[in-house]
Ligand binder design. Structure first.
Ligand code: NAD
Ligand code: UPG
Length: 322
């Protein structure tokens, strides 16, 4: 298939691009490089360095599908600067839908998120659970999911929203460069804890220990970036015209922030000094996925569900970067 990948120079999009190219697809990347890196895009893949707001100048009827990763991603930032998230995630995605409609592109795979659920009434969270985001980031993704659903009904688009839980680890291929998280500034728990383990930061601040969880810190479900990326290829094949399908992607195992730090200590063999800090505004207490629907309908089976292997791959990548 001829595919456009927005955000394909980013952490997750970059791994998906690699898998798509390996599977023989003809891939084009659109990315403004605001958080991504041009060197992630493989040789032979065209990179349009531009904003998703201008995607109409790139997309034409020769494309068979779009995978839409380009977004602002940090939930905490979205509380402080909601306008950034609405501008990129909502207005940018609406520009994409306009371009998809104009060019009659038949397939869309969208990066949605566990953040659409907010504080769940039950865990694990199924796709039918109540959606009550606790931060603007989650609201932007929920509103785009709704816009995509309406687009499919009205105009025949076939789309899949993949609701990722916490993506972590690195893609370590047998040949070629490894791909991992390179956000600047970094906001995610695991790469920050690795920075501390490596001595690049003095200590890790843990945001809140008074949540209604077993040890008081937030609980998340970590999914290996390579497992997550594999789901996108399955999704491309599962798209059906005029339908919008939604799948949660996680391992179904919750780890508290303290437990994550313990795993980082075990994997690295280093000390990770921790300092308790205030809650980070907008954080839900617990996000753990039921991915039963993705298993039964997409045939998706994570190959690296163990948090130790996820952190070990992140650490291998971290060390490879010196
Ligand atoms: N990382 C996670 O744990 C996680 C979890 C759930 C959902 N997601 C979603 O997955 C997607 C990818 O996340 P990621 O972790 O790879 O983040 P990332 O920041 O590494 O990648 C996002 C990419 O989009 C690009 N981009 C941002 N704004 C753009 C714009 N206006 N126009 C064009 N390109 C733009 C960036 O340069 C970057 O390359 C996002 O949509 C995010 O919301 C991520
Ligand atoms: O220095 C830090 C960084 C994070 N945390 C905590 O660690 C947990 C996980 O935070 P983080 O790694 O920032 O991820 P989330 O805020 O859970 O969000 C990620 O996972 C969501 C899906 O669950 C995605 O939608 C988001 O895009 C992605 O950033 C939260 O309780 C944070 O408060 C700390 O305590 N200290």
């Amino acid at each position: 298939m001829k595919l456009l990948v927005t955000g394909g120079a980013g952490y997750i999009g970059g791994v998906v691009v690699r898998l798509l190219v390996d599977a023989g697809h003809d891939v084009t990347v659109l990315d403004d490089l605001s958080t991504g890196h041009a060197d992630v895009v493989p040789d032979g893949v065209t990179l349009h360095e531009m904003s998703v707001h201008d995607v109409g100048s790139v997309l034409d009827s020769s494309f068979d599908g779009v995978l839409h990763f380009a977004a602002k991603i940090a939930a905490g930032e979205s509380v402080q600067f909601p306008e950034r998230h609405y501008h990129t995630n909502v207005i940018g995605s609406l520009a994409l839908l306009d371009a998809v409609r104009a060019a009659r592109v038949p397939r869309l795979v969208f990066s949605s998120t566990a953040a659409v659920y907010g504080n769940p009434q039950e865990v694990p969270i199924t796709e039918d659970a109540v959606k009550a985001p606790t931060n603007p980031y989650g609201w932007t993704k929920l509103s785009v999911d709704a816009a995509i659903g309406a687009e499919c009904t009205a105009h025949g688009l076939g789309a899949i929203s993949l609701r990722y839980f916490n993506v972590a680890g690195a893609y370590i291929p047998a040949a070629g460069d490894a791909l991992g998280e390179r956000h600047d500034p970094e906001t995610h728990l695991i790469p920050i804890a690795l920075d501390v383990a490596a001595g690049k930061r003095e200590k890790l601040q843990l945001f809140g220990d008074d949540y209604p969880t077993p040890d008081g810190t937030c609980v998340r479900d970590y999914i290996h970036v390579a497992d997550l990326a594999a789901a996108h290829l399955l999704a491309l094949d599962a798209v059906e015209p005029s339908r919008h399908k939604v799948y949660n992607l996680g391992n179904g195992n919750g780890f508290s922030n303290r437990q994550v730090v313990d795993v980082v200590r075990e994997v690295t063999g280093r000390t990770v000094p921790v300092e308790m800090a205030e809650r980070r505004a907008g954080d839900p207490a617990e996000l753990v996925a039921s991915s039963a629907r993705a298993a039964s309908e997409l045939g998706w089976v994570p190959q690296r569900p163990d948090l130790h292997s996820i952190v070990a791959d992140a650490w291998t990548f971290y060390q490879s970067r010196g």
